[in-house]
Design a binder for this molecule. Structure first.
Ligand SMILES: [Zn+2]
Length: 270
């Protein structure tokens, strides 16, 4: 089993293929391309697990993108994902989903944790890559919670746990492509060679419904780091969280309460 640091060193080494089995656990179809799209083609044994289907049930996104219902929007997001992954040589059978409705992962933290734990016990990845806990999107934080909690439930050797940069609130609005600071931060910034950058651009173009959102993210670098230990019952940073700016019915306070409740249901402490 590689340590997180040695996997990071391998990833930092240009275009070297990565042989150990890797499980990427992401909230939405497209988060893996935002966070590590330029690296995806380097993994020789990769599985992706998405917590949600990418289709919020409030009807807003469904209508905005011209779909009849959430099911057809979710199916479109799946097609976009499969097309993007194909460009990295990843087949559709390697893209698993928990199929939770978009924006509802926080409501199902214990269930999501158990599903992630079950996948880990079957796949036995050498490394996991997931979201940072950063208050950017409640599904991202829920996914991070589920991965961290699933590893605490797991028996046997622990996989290395890395996290990819997403987005969070900053002093000047949303910050993308970087992490909130933590103690002993070992983040590495991967420069993306031109060929990989061009492929990442083609992958991004596959997500036709997400172009407006994806335009906000840098494509010249990707940042990864060993995941710190989080206390999900505390805010990721002081002040207003990024997702609290949206009318999604989720606040940091509610999230933290749900995290505490799920930890209890799973028999974990904090
Ligand atoms: Zn996302």
């Amino acid at each position: 089993m590689p340590e997180a640091g040695s996997l990071l060193a391998l990833l930092a080494d240009g275009e070297t293929p990565v042989e150990p089995a890797v499980l990427v656990v992401a909230a939405h179809p497209d988060d893996e391309v935002i966070g590590l799209g330029a690296q995806l083609a380097r993994f020789r044994d990769i599985t992706l697990l998405h917590a949600t289907d990418g289709a919020p049930r409030d009807g807003h996104d469904v209508a905005m993108h011209g779909f009849a219902d959430a099911a057809s929007y979710a199916a479109a997001r799946r097609r976009e994902l499969v097309a993007a992954l194909a460009l990295a040589g990843i087949t559709a059978d390697r893209a698993l989903t928990c199929d939770i409705p978009d924006q509802q992962a926080t409501l199902r933290l214990a269930e999501l944790t158990r599903e992630v734990a079950a996948r880990i016990s079957v796949l036995r990845p050498a490394a996991l890559i997931t979201h940072a806990y950063e208050g950017g999107h409640p599904d991202h934080d829920a996914t991070a919670f589920a991965v961290h909690a699933a590893l605490r439930l797991a028996d046997g050797p622990q996989p290395a746990l890395l996290e990819m940069a997403g987005y969070h609130a900053g002093p000047q609005g949303m910050e993308t492509g970087c992490f909130l600071p933590v103690a002993e931060d070992m983040a590495i910034c991967l420069a993306i060679p031109p060929k990989a950058r061009a492929r990442k651009q083609r992958m991004i173009a596959c997500f036709a419904t997400q172009q407006r959102v994806l335009a906000e993210f840098p494509i010249d670098v990707e940042m990864l780091r060993p995941a710190p230990r989080y206390d999900f019952t505390r805010p990721p940073h002081p002040g207003r969280l990024h997702y609290e700016n949206y009318p999604w019915g989720m606040t940091g306070e509610v999230f933290r309460g749900m995290a505490a409740k799920a930890s209890q249901a799973l028999g974990l402490g904090r």
